[in-house]
Design a protein around this ligand. Structure first.
Ligand SMILES: Nc1ncnc2c1ncn2[C@@H]1O[C@H](COP(=O)(O)OP(=O)(O)OP(=O)(O)O)[C@@H](O)[C@H]1O
Ligand SMILES: [Mg+2]
Length: 387
């Protein structure tokens, strides 16, 4: 991967990605009350793709800027391949950065923008130009190097920014909402591009987004942030299937969350007696009878059957059906004022009830998680986007 001449990377060993360690990072900006970061620790393996996901103001950019070296932390340390780097200036950290706002020099051609970081690091002019051209080629911009940023589309400018960040072959690439300014089609294209670059370069990526779909589709692991802390770190399916709290469950994907008290069920399992009344809802988890809890029901785990179905289930009435093309969303009344949502594929071989029908609904107990109620009351502030 590295060309001739001195290896441009300052921190990190030869080879592709470097490991990144964040230890107890804290940051409070001058004049603001709550800390922007409140003890953030995170380990990213060499070559791994980790996303910081969270609502606006949760501390994602602050974390990235501390790693890049543009913002000093109040406390804590950052390690690259096990070596502390907080004392190093940005240009000596060997880290590539892509900002949301491209941050290209408007008066320089695309090629000169990409050459810039190499010249800063002392590369000879001819060698720098060759490498910049190769980087532009990598991001699909061969032949456009002579254009000024103002003569390129938004997507092309973002590619120039990407080329500039990878041209010195950093072991770690930081990206802050890099697709935020692009329309949907371009975003999809750039997502595929970023995945390909990650694969080809073997580079370590720390990626910031508030878009859960982007985080779920791009990352090996996701760190979900809330008010300056990481509230859960795991794979997409960890966060979706095994959220640590109702906060995480609400943030990732769709769900019905029912609050109540854990109770023993006749079959030796546990369930939830809902505060709103209605039947006991079977669930699973480590809570004990009597504990206040929130039951997490993902809509696609619910199976809706005719009322006479021999396999049983809870009696419900279909209150509403929203047709969404591939699926329909069914609002089910379960007794009391309890409502849950089911989602099912629009397929002829699947039972399709009508509004007002009496039905049965059931789910696998181990797919309905009972979460501690103490954390159930915090509602994420972000606008919802669905998986
Ligand atoms: N330069 C600054 N001075 C004062 N407060 C700041 C500054 N930068 C960020 N903050 C505050 O620190 C907190 C975290 O901000 P940060 O930019 O890290 O959030 P974010 O997760 O990147 O949000 P967004 O999704 O909106 O970009 C916020 O409360 C923000 O208002
Ligand atoms: Mg930000």
């Amino acid at each position: 991967m590295s060309g001739g001449g001195p290896h441009p990377r300052e921190a990190g060993a030869a080879g592709a990605g470097v490991s990144l360690g964040l230890r107890a990072l804290s940051k409070r900006y001058e004049g603001s009350g709550a800390p922007a970061l409140d003890g953030v620790s995170l380990d990213v393996a060499a070559g791994e793709f980790v996303s910081l996901l969270g609502a606006s103001g949760s501390g994602k950019t602050t974390t990235l800027m501390i790693v890049a070296g543009f913002t000093p932390p109040d406390a804590g340390e950052v390690f690259v391949d096990g070596r502390p780097i907080v004392h190093l200036p940005p240009e000596r950290r060997g880290i590539g950065v892509v900002f949301q706002s491209y941050a290209l020099f408007p008066h320089m051609s695309a090629l000169r923008n990409v050459v810039f970081p190499l010249r800063m690091r002392g590369a000879a002019s001819g060698e720098a130009t060759r490498r910049a051209e190769r980087a532009l080629e990598r991001v699909g911009l061969a032949g456009l190097g002579h254009r000024l940023p103002g003569e390129l589309s938004g997507g092309q400018q973002q590619r120039v920014a990407l080329a500039r960040a990878i041209v010195f072959e950093p072991g770690l690439l930081l990206m802050d909402e890099p697709l935020g300014a692009l329309d949907r089609a371009l975003r999809e294209q750039m997502k595929a591009e970023i995945r390909r670059l990650h694969r080809e370069l073997g580079i370590t990526i720390l990626y910031v987004t508030h878009d859960q779909e982007e985080a779920l589709t791009l990352s090996d692991r996701i760190a979900l942030m809330d008010r300056g802390r990481i509230v859960q770190l795991g794979s997409a399916s960890d966060l979706y299937e095994r959220p640590a709290s109702a906060f995480v469950a609400r943030f990732i994907g769709e769900s019905s969350i029912v609050e109540g008290t854990v109770t023993a069920t006749g079959d030796g399992g546990i369930g939830l007696a809902p505060d709103l009344g209605g039947p006991v809802l079977p669930g699973s988890g480590t809570l004990r009878p009597g504990d206040p809890a929130a039951l997490l029901l993902r809509p696609e785990k619910l199976l809706v059957r005719p009322s006479g179905d021999p396999d049983g289930g809870l009696a419900a009435r279909v209150e509403d059906i929203v047709y969404v093309g591939d699926v329909s969303r069914l609002e089910l009344a379960l007794g009391g004022s309890l409502r849950v949502t089911a989602k099912q594929a629009n397929r002829r071989d699947i039972f399709q009830p009508r509004i007002g029908d009496d039905v049965r609904v059931r789910w696998a107990r181990d797919e309905a998680l009972l979460l501690p109620a103490s954390v159930a009351s915090t509602t994420p502030t972000k606008e919802r986007t669905h998986v």
